[in-house]
Write a protein that binds this ligand. Structure first.
Ligand code: NAP
Length: 243
């Protein structure tokens, strides 16, 4: 898929992986719709894209778990570009602690963002996308269990099941790509009371490159990037001090 002039919605575009994807897709001349709660950060991402890449970009601030905000996101996209080619469901949150210390509000926040947010976006997307791709950012936590991540693992396992079911409901014209990052060097971990080893995190840039190669259908290059990312991580795990 040539990404030039493709209309791409990115949720969670104000920071981390979503922000990096926005820059990299702007470089490829995609037309962007950026969504997250923090309007100030979104406008800053837009400012950089317009200045550096002369890209077309609109921003919509809202909460991914709020039906009205999600509806507004898709209406604004359709009003501006009259189509959607790629939806990237990236927004996500976590609280790193054992399940018995997790507050009910934290559980709700994890599930409302990571699971309900994906449901609302894909449901709304279905009204507008004729042909295209849905990208879901899961995690290795969608495959395995991990200490201090029980609710997060449950939420990512839930979207794995949701994506499998969705594939059966969707016509072949819409393809689903689900990704499973391991630790990325983003603000995601910032509020953790139990710190994760910094040395084991790769730059979001390296993961964004992988996603974009897959979107472009450059599977050989994507496989090379995948192997490179794990090689970097393995060397970090083997040779870096755990901080
Ligand atoms: N970082 C990792 O190590 C890692 C590993 C595996 C998988 N992942 C997954 O990768 C994705 C991106 O994570 P990241 O590392 O880039 O995290 P991040 O830097 O914390 O960014 C998260 C993004 O999601 C947005 N967001 C959070 N809650 C939202 C809500 N209720 N409504 C709308 N937007 C919301 C945030 O924007 P606002 O705060 O402005 O709303 C922000 O733009 C997540 O799905 C995460 O689960 C991350």
């Amino acid at each position: 898929m040539n990404l030039k002039n493709k209309v791409v919605i990115i949720t969670g575009a104000s920071r981390g992986l979503g922000r990096k994807l926005a820059f990299d897709l702007a470089k490829k001349k995609a037309k962007l719709v950026l969504f997250s709660r923090n309007q100030k950060d979104l406008i800053e991402v837009k400012r950089i894209i317009v200045k550096k890449y002369k890209g077309k970009v609109i921003t919509v601030d809202g909460d991914i778990s709020d039906f009205h905000d999600v509806k507004r996101l898709f209406l604004k996209c359709m009003k501006e570009y009259e189509k959607i080619d790629i939806l990237i469901c990236n927004a996500g949150v976590n609280y790193k602690k054992p399940f018995y210390e997790l507050e009910e509000a934290e559980w709700n926040s994890i599930f409302n963002t990571n699971v309900k947010g994906v449901f609302l976006c894909t449901k709304e997307n279905n009204k507008h996308m004729k042909k295209g791709k849905i990208v879901i950012i899961s995690s290795v936590a969608g495959w395995f269990g991990a200490k201090n991540y029980a609710a997060y693992c449950a939420s990512k396992h839930a979207i794995e099941g949701y994506a499998k079911g969705m594939k059966k409901d969707l016509k072949n014209k819409i393809k689903i790509n689900i990704f499973h990052p391991y630790r990325l060097n983003t603000d995601f971990h910032k509020n953790y009371s139990i710190k994760s080893p910094m040395a084991h995190k790769i730059k979001p840039k390296l993961y964004s490159e992988y996603i974009i190669s897959v979107l472009e259908g450059k599977y050989i290059s994507a496989s090379m990037i995948f192997i490179r990312n794990w090689a970097i991580r393995l060397s970090q795990i083997l040779f870096s001090k755990k901080t």
